[in-house]
Design a protein around this ligand. Sequence first.
Ligand SMILES: [Fe+2]
Length: 220
Amino acid sequence: MNGSAEATSLPYYEEFTDKAFKTVTADRFVLKAAAPRVVENFLDVSHLAFVHNGSLGDSKYPLIPNYHVHWRDDHYVSDEIPVYADADGSGQYGTIYYTYEILAPTTARLKKVNRETGQIFSMLFTVVPHHERSSTVLALISRNYDLDQADEYYKDFQNVVIMEDAPVVEGQRPEELPLDLQAELHLPADRVAIAYRKYLSKLGVVFGSDTAIDSTKVAK
Ligand SMILES: [Fe+2]
């Protein structure tokens, strides 16, 4: 993080104004969970095959190839991660390249690219914390294809996805996000989540996180 952590500028979501894209505002969704837990779940590439088997992922293809996360300009961004997935609930599975960006303490972005078709499906995902155990999820969903499709189609799809996530994020214990990097995260596939915890630690965010941070374990 360039050795310093400062509040970032307002997240920029280029698809919103790009005329090649159609953007839909997802329905608001309230979760009984701490905001950082909700964001980390969004950033978890490995949960697709399990939590979203049949909607986004496929449990027969759970392996995530090695990838890295980089600090670029003012935020973390992952490599393009190839995932066997259905990007948009269309039922069409294939290799989709996922890129995650951490834009603010409770705001992230996901871009899914099908290199064969040129189709891009993007999301801006932000979580409004109400208190330590209650959050509202807001999302913008964009695609550069199927432009005549009714907004309800993509809203319904997002509702399916988030209802699959709800029992997972609401059932996590501890409810707070542990910022100790030795806790819970061990696999290379967790690198985006690890970057997120580092980011919160550097910013000094304690809301919704484990405040007992051992600074010696936070990567410099
Ligand atoms: Fe999910």
